[in-house]
Design a protein around this ligand. Structure first.
Ligand code: URA
Length: 449
C-alpha cells in the first residue's frame, strides 16, 4: 500500500519534485547535479518547507552521498550566497580550519604568524557551543575587539593587513545556516557528507588558494577515533580537489586539552605567550606545523624546513605579535591588552583541584575539562547563553607528568560560586593517576594531502 501511494504521487509530480528527490535519496539512489542544485536553491529561498529539507538531510544521514553527489552538493551550498574573490591580491590566500577541541586557540597566534610571512589569511571563525570553545568568543575578551564585520570591511582588512579574524558574514553560504540549524534540532549533525559539505562550502566561499585542516581526534573532539577522522579528512581533501583548491589535513590528538589554558581570556593570554616564544611545547609545535603547511600549500616556501624557519623567525622578530596588535587595533580592540595581559578580564575567585594520590598522570580528559569550563561560564550550553570571558581552567598536570598527593592538577578562576560545584564534580573525575610508566599520546597523528 505504501508503494502504491508513493508511485501514484510520483506520477502526479513534475520532474524535480521535492517528494521525488527525497524518495530517491531515501531509497539509496543517486541525485544528479541539477536535482541537487534545484533542491538547494529551493531550500535556501525557503520555497521548500523545513520538514522536507529535514527529510532530505535525514535520508543523506542514512544513505550518504557519493563523490560526485557530494561535490555537486557542496558546490550548490557554496553558490547559495556570496563567494569572495581575492584574485587581485599579489599574495596567495590560505586559511586553516579546525574541527574543534578543548584549549584549541591555534588560530589566534597562527593567523598573524602566517600573515607576517606574506600569505593572506581571511580567517573566518565560529563561536563555542557545548564543550569546545570558539575563536570569536576568545577574541571578544580583548576589550573593544569586534568580530562582526561586513563583507567590505572583511575584504579591506585582508587587503590592508594580510589577515582578518572575524565571524562568517550573513551573505556567505546561507544554505549552511539553514541546514545546520535543522541538523542541530533533528540529530543529523554527525554525518560525514553533511559535516564535510558544511565546512568546505564555507571555506571555499572565502575564495582561497589553499586550505589546511586540523582534524581533531579523541575524547575532546567530534571524531573520537582515528578511522572516522581519517575518512572525514579524506572526504574534505577530495572536495577541495574537485574545486581546484589544494587542501591538506593534519590529524591531531585531542584526548587532553591543547596547551594549558581553557577559557576565553585564559586562551588569549596563552596565544600571546606563543607569539612571544614562551608558549607551551604542544601548542607551539602545532602552530609551527600548521603554519609551515599553510606556507607550503600557499607556495610561499620551497621546503618544510624553510617554511618552519620563516614561522620561527616571525616569532623571534616579534613580527607575528606586531601583526596581531595591528589587527586588534584595526578591529576596534585595545592592543595594550596584548602588552599588559592584566588588562584582559580576570575572575574574582580562584581554587585548585588537587591530586588524591602520587603517581603519573595517565588521563587528563579533554571532554570533561571542556564541559567543566562551559559550566563555569566560559562556554554555552545553548546558542542563546552569554559567555563569561574571565573564567577558565589552567591545566597544571598533563599526561605523563609526575604529581604528588595534594598537588594541584588544575587552577580554576570563577565568578559565580553556584557554577563551581558542577564544574568541580566533573573535574574530580577528569584525571587518572597510576604508578607505572605511561605512554604520552602523539600530538600529530598523520597528514593527508
Ligand atoms: N562544523 C561545521 O561547520 N559544520 C558541521 O557540520 C560540523 C562542524
Amino acid at each position: 500500500m505504501q508503494k502504491g501511494l508513493a508511485s501514484s504521487r510520483l506520477r502526479r509530480y513534475p520532474l524535480n519534485n521535492v517528494f521525488e528527490l527525497i524518495e530517491t535519496k531515501r531509497d539509496g539512489k543517486r541525485l544528479n547535479p541539477s536535482q541537487i542544485e534545484w533542491f538547494i536553491k529551493g531550500a535556501t529561498s525557503r520555497r521548500i518547507p523545513d520538514y522536507q529539507v529535514t527529510a532530505m538531510l535525514m535520508a543523506i544521514f542514512f544513505n550518504g552521498l557519493d563523490r560526485d553527489e557530494l561535490s555537486a552538493w557542496t558546490a550548490a551550498m557554496l553558490h547559495s550566497g556570496e563567494v569572495l574573490d581575492f584574485g587581485h591580491l599579489d599574495s596567495s590566500v590560505v586559511d586553516k580550519h579546525s574541527t574543534g577541541g578543548v584549549g584549541d586557540k591555534v588560530s589566534i597566534p597562527l593567523a598573524p604568524l602566517v600573515a607576517a610571512c606574506g600569505v593572506s589569511v581571511p580567517m573566518m571563525s565560529g563561536r563555542g557551543l557545548g564543550h569546545t570553545g570558539g575563536t570569536l568568543d576568545k577574541l571578544e575578551s580583548i576589550p573593544g575587539f569586534s568580530t562582526q564585520l561586513d563583507s567590505d570591511t572583511f575584504k579591506t582588512m585582508v587587503a590592508t593587513h594580510g589577515m582578518v579574524l572575524a565571524g562568517q558574514s550573513e551573505t556567505l553560504v546561507p544554505a549552511d545556516r539553514l541546514f545546520y540549524a535543522l541538523r542541530d534540532a533533528t540529530a543529523t549533525v554527525p554525518s560525514i557528507p553533511l559535516i564535510s559539505s558544511s565546512i568546505m562550502s564555507k571555506k571555499l566561499a572565502e575564495g582561497l588558494d589553499a586550505l589546511v585542516l586540523d582534524v581533531k581526534v579523541g575524547s575532546g573532539a567530534f571524531m573520537k577515533d582515528l578511522g572516522s577522522a581519517r575518512t572525514l579528512a579524506k572526504t574534505m581533501v577530495d572536495i577541495g580537489a574537485s574545486h581546484g583548491v589544494a587542501v591538506s589535513a593534519l590529524l591531531t590528538g585531542m584526548d587532553q586539552p591543547l596547551g594549558r589554558e581553557v577559557g576565553n581570556a585564559n586562551e588569549i593570554r596563552e596565544s600571546v605567550e606563543v607569539l612571544r616564544g614562551e608558549g607551551p611545547a604542544d601548542l607551539t609545535e602545532l602552530v609551527l606545523e600548521l603554519g609551515a603547511e599553510m606556507l607550503l600549500t600557499g607556495s610561499a616556501a620551497q621546503s618544510r624546513e624553510e617554511a618552519q624557519d620563516r614561522i620561527r623567525s616571525a616569532v623571534d622578530s616579534g613580527a607575528g605579535l606586531q601583526k596581531l596588535a595591528d589587527v586588534v587595533t584595526a578591529q576596534g580592540g585595545d592592543a595594550n591588552a596584548l602588552e599588559d595581559l592584566a588588562l584582559l578580564p580576570s575572575a574574582e575567585e580562584n581554587m585548585t583541584i588537587n591530586a588524591d594520590r602520587s603517581g603519573i598522570v595517565a588521563r587528563c580528559d579533554a571532554h570533561a575539562i571542556g564541559v567543566a569550563a562551559m559550566r563555569l561560564g566560559a562556554g554555552r550550553e545553548t546558542a542563546a547563553d552569554k559567555v563569561d570571558h574571565a573564567v577558565g581552567i589552567r591545566v597544571l598536570a598533563k599526561i605523563g607528568d609526575r604529581v604528588e598527593a595534594g598537588e594541584a592538577l588544575a587552577a580554576l578562576s570563577y565568578n559565580n560560586p553556584a557554577r563551581l560545584a558542577t564544574a568541580t564534580a566533573i573535574l574530580s573525575e577528569a584525571w587518572s593517576i597510576v604508578d607505572g610508566p605511561v605512554d604520552v599520546p602523539p600530538l600529530i597523528l598523520e597528514t593527508i594531502r
